[in-house]
Design a protein around this ligand. Structure first.
Ligand SMILES: [Zn+2]
Ligand SMILES: [Zn+2]
Length: 261
């Protein structure tokens, strides 16, 4: 897996992960990865899903803790930020608060509903799924147009619990917005560990992303060291086979993954 970076990683600061950044780095080294970019769940205004993320006061600890992994292999530091209508200003403030390497914009909520929280998954049975699909991608489009992020996180997240959607018009419109904004896409292998049993985005949307020349950033979304680099040889091979372009971000600029996996 030489040349590959894992650019979507969490730390225990979010309250639902385990293992120090140095332990993540050692696991990455054992798996032959070339580098890591940590992207902890970013602080949000206090009312927004406070149990799933760092608090603003955790930022110095986050920067220092990730710094401890730098002696092991190449390490960058970023954030997985939530995009939620009305929160652009605090998110922009945080984006300027440190020299981040990579900022992912993710949509985990439609209104007050945390759509990927196992605790609330019954809600899928209550909703009109087509409306849900449209509502979700509307927020993704706003995230892409916000100018705040380098990439959009786990594009087709509503499939997490096994409810698969076709590549809808709404999803394709989101890819158009991502391409128009010059953003990359998180190619996120966490979906393989969930009932969805496939990478985010799935193959059809991946092909559509590649057709729009959207660069792809490999990420395991690891919440523990055992998940670092999850299924990367297969994921990288799929992107390569479809003619896609893999990058990682440092200093908020894309870096080509030059070597074959
Ligand atoms: Zn998480
Ligand atoms: Zn996420």
């Amino acid at each position: 897996m030489s040349g590959l970076w894992d650019s979507h990683l969490h730390t225990p600061l979010c309250g639902h992960a385990a293992g120090s950044p140095a332990e993540f780095a050692k696991a990455a080294q054992e798996r032959g990865l070339s580098g890591l970019v940590f992207t902890e769940h970013a602080p949000m205004p206090g009312w927004f899903d406070p149990g799933s993320r760092m608090r603003p006061g955790d930022l110095p600890r986050y920067l220092a803790w990730v710094g401890e992994a730098k002696g092991i292999l190449r390490v960058g530091i970023g954030l997985e930020m939530d995009y939620h209508p009305g929160t652009d200003r605090p998110v922009a403030q945080l984006a300027g608060a440190a020299s981040w390497d990579y900022l992912i914009g993710s949509v985990h909520h439609i209104g007050a509903w945390g759509l990927d929280d196992p605790q609330w998954k019954e809600e899928f049975g209550q909703r009109d799924l087509e409306e849900l699909d449209q509502a979700y991608y509307q927020v993704v489009i706003a995230a892409a147009r916000s100018g705040l992020f380098d990439a959009v996180g786990h594009l087709d997240l509503p499939k997490k619990f096994g409810q698969h959607y076709p590549a809808s018009k709404a999803a394709l419109a989101a890819l158009d917005a991502i391409a128009a904004a010059g953003l990359a896409l998180d190619y996120n292998t966490a979906g393989l560990r969930k009932p969805a049993k496939e990478v985010y985005p799935g193959r059809v949307l991946l092909q559509e992303a590649i057709a729009r020349e959207i660069p792809l950033v490999l990420g395991s979304d690891a919440h523990r060291p055992a998940e670092v680099g999850w299924a990367f040889p297969e994921a990288a091979a799929e992107v390569e086979q479809l003619g896609g372009r893999l990058v990682h971000f440092l200093g908020r600029q894309p870096v080509e993954v030059g070597e074959r996996p």
